[in-house]
Design a protein around this ligand. Structure first.
Ligand code: HEM
Length: 280
């Protein structure tokens, strides 16, 4: 796609251009975002594995007996299992605190609050149309989307509102200084908030790791980049924003190059010294 012909809405791309767009890369994720995402994903896998084996009472359990025995066996005892769950949870809180405090301006505000959670008019329309399409009540095309679509932003809202609840309730249960009734409520809040995230995670992991159309998004969580064709088809508004920035950069670059270029006279070779000085 030529930089001077940036469309305002998606148009058909000829095969030759599509092929070029497949080879060009756009930077989507900062390395800090990739690192925190995979640290968070690994923590959730381990905390869910161990947490599920910890919820055992006379009236209630979420996993079969053999699972509890297996996980306790891996850790040697139930006490060790609990110690591991708490130690990892505290490490997770500490890492997020450091990330939140030192990365507030660069990552949390711009990447998370603005790009991953900020909903505009097209996002609200996307949610309505998507819902109607799922119910078979509409054939309307989905509005174009920014670097995250409205479904991903909903997941962002779920994660970033539930995570503080998981953290605070985890701390209340660990340090137990605030009285038994509060610890009881913390157990309920911890379980409820984790359950809410897990319900969203089922869709998130399916879309991220299995859904064929989103393969580019999955690899972008390792490389940080996506191909331009994927960006064009799935995140058109973001693609357009990137192209406008690229064009502005090119124009600025050419302007500066023009100013820096030597004038034709200055460029000409110096005149040879006269054989005899003038006015000699
Ligand atoms: C193995 C499990 C996981 C896979 C395969 C996975 C996959 C992905 C992919 C592909 C993206 C990029 C989406 C895009 O650029 O369009 C993403 C982003 C994201 N994921 Fe996951 N994810 C996993 C686990 C988790 C967990 C456990 C959480 C939180 C509880 C989470 C929260 C997020 C969030 C908030 C984003 C937005 C970007 C960010 O801030 O990191 N993911 N994930």
């Amino acid at each position: 796609m030529k930089a001077d012909a940036i469309p305002t809405h998606p148009v058909h791309i000829p095969a030759s251009e599509a092929d070029l767009m497949l080879q060009r890369r756009l930077k989507k994720h900062h390395v800090a975002i990739i690192l925190i995402h995979w640290f968070n994903a690994s923590t959730w896998i381990l905390e869910l594995t161990t947490g599920a084996a910890l919820i055992v009472s006379r009236y209630f359990r979420v996993t079969p007996e053999w699972y509890v025995t297996l996980v306790e066996g891996v850790f040697g005892s139930r006490g060790n299992l609990l110690r591991f769950h708490i130690a990892l949870g505290l490490t997770w809180i500490f890492v997020f605190l450091v990330y939140g405090i030192f990365g507030f301006r660069t990552y949390l505000r711009t990447e998370v609050l603005h790009k991953e959670m900020g909903l505009d008019r097209d996002d609200w329309r996307w949610l309505i149309v998507r819902g109607l399409r799922i119910l078979g009540r509409s054939n309307e095309a989905l509005p174009t989307q920014g670097s995250y679509n409205a479904g991903q932003k909903m997941f962002g809202w779920l994660v970033y509102t539930m995570i503080p609840i998981v953290m605070i309730s985890g701390l209340v249960m660990t340090f137990r200084g605030l009285g038994t009734p509060l610890v009881g409520w913390a157990v309920v809040a911890h379980f409820g908030a984790v359950g809410a995230v897990v319900s969203g995670l089922m869709i998130h992991v399916y879309m991220g790791a299995v859904f064929p159309e989103e393969k580019s998004a999955f690899f972008s969580m390792f490389t940080g980049t996506v191909d331009e064709l994927y960006a064009y088809h799935h995140h058109f508004k973001w693609w357009r924003e990137m192209k406008l920035k690229e064009r502005a950069w090119m124009e600025r670059h050419d302007r500066e190059a023009h100013v820096d270029a030597p004038t034709p006279e200055a460029d000409a070779p110096p005149a040879p010294a006269p054989a005899t000085p003038p006015h000699a």
